[in-house]
Design a protein around this ligand. Structure first.
Ligand SMILES: Nc1ncnc2c1ncn2[C@@H]1O[C@H](COP(=O)(O)OP(=O)(O)O)[C@@H](O)[C@H]1O
Ligand SMILES: [Mg+2]
Length: 293
């Protein structure tokens, strides 16, 4: 059986939203005083409205340190808006987001965002794109000179430091986006459909590289995707958003240990969880099809 917390709801939506920029560094240590894993991100009764449109409301969600929480839901249900509110780019109309106990009211140290369309500056080369967040924080020159090559190497872009984004494939551009987000050594990494604009084979390579990077330095991560397989492969939990306004319909414990590999994709548990998430999301797609036919 798939373990979950239940809810109800139907509906789909339209629209997307992304932005540009990178996060910054800072934040408290990974453990609370008792040595147990700390809550990094706490979203409480969160709601966002745009005019008459209530995108979501009543969202309660906690992301612990060293936990990857995947978020899936129909297009337009507010996944990007939710990430933007955690990184302080979108203001909540109700509820709160706290990072390490501090309320988020604007761009927050220790939180980095990786964008769907890479969000690189087209006129900056790879080195300067990766250095951007550190420079924004006014990090010392020596620190920048140490960290930038380290993260460029980590994402497999060594040798491409002077390339401009347009000279790189989509996969390589997103490697640069990832290096930029990681270079500030965030406590919380938010990823908004990071691999959706990348071809299928490269996407698979990047998924496993991302897991490898995370396994070497596990931090709290919110991973938005429209791929059910990707959500289950990456996530320790999968949050399913549904309804109008959307809300958390179900939270599924994936229950597959790390490290994960291509073998994970063949495991019975992986099949079971993906099938369950598929059922939850397809109910709405089928209902929407009936509405228009
Ligand atoms: N800045 C904005 N102004 C008005 N409406 C917006 C804005 N950003 C997003 N929306 C609307 O909010 C809803 C949720 O958008 P979004 O968070 O991008 O959804 P998702 O990422 O799940 O596809 C959509 O209907 C979208 O059109
Ligand atoms: Mg989106």
């Amino acid at each position: 059986m798939v373990r979950s917390t239940a809810g109800t709801g139907t509906g789909t939506g339209t629209g997307t939203g992304t932005g540009t920029g990178a996060g910054s560094t800072g934040g408290a240590g990974p453990h609370d005083a008792g040595g147990s894993v700390a809550d990094r991100v706490v979203v409480s009764q969160a709601g966002v409205r745009y005019g008459d449109l209530t995108v979501f409301d009543g969202i309660d969600l906690t992301i612990k340190d060293r936990e990857i929480v995947s978020i899936v839901g129909p297009s337009g249900c507010g996944k990007t808006t939710l990430l933007r509110s955690v990184v302080g780019l979108t203001r909540l109309n109700s509820g709160t987001v706290t990072i390490d106990g501090k309320p988020v009211s604007g761009p927050t140290p220790g939180v980095s965002l990786v964008f769907q369309h890479f969000g690189l500056f087209p006129w900056k080369n790879v080195y300067n794109n990766v250095a951007y967040g550190l420079k924004l924080q006014k990090a010392p020159k020596e620190k920048i000179e140490q960290l930038v090559p380290e993260y460029i190497e980590m994402v497999g872009l060594a040798g491409f430091e002077t390339s401009l984004p347009h000279q790189l494939s989509g996969g390589m551009q997103q490697r640069a986006g990832l290096a930029r987000a990681l270079a500030v050594e965030p406590q919380v990494l938010l990823m908004d459909e990071p691999f959706s604009a990348i071809d299928a084979q490269t996407r698979e390579v990047l998924q496993f590289e991302m897991l490898r990077i995370w396994e070497s330095r596990p931090i709290a991560m919110m991973f938005v995707t429209h791929s059910i397989d990707e959500a289950v492969l990456m996530g320790d939990r999968v949050v399913v958003l549904k309804g109008r306004p959307s809300h958390i319909h179900e939270v599924i414990e994936v229950g597959i240990p790390h490290p994960r590999s291509r073998e994970t994709l063949k495991s019975p548990r992986f099949q079971e969880v993906t099938a369950h998430v598929w059922d939850l999301l397809m109910q709405d797609v089928i209902a929407a099809e009936r509405e228009v036919s």
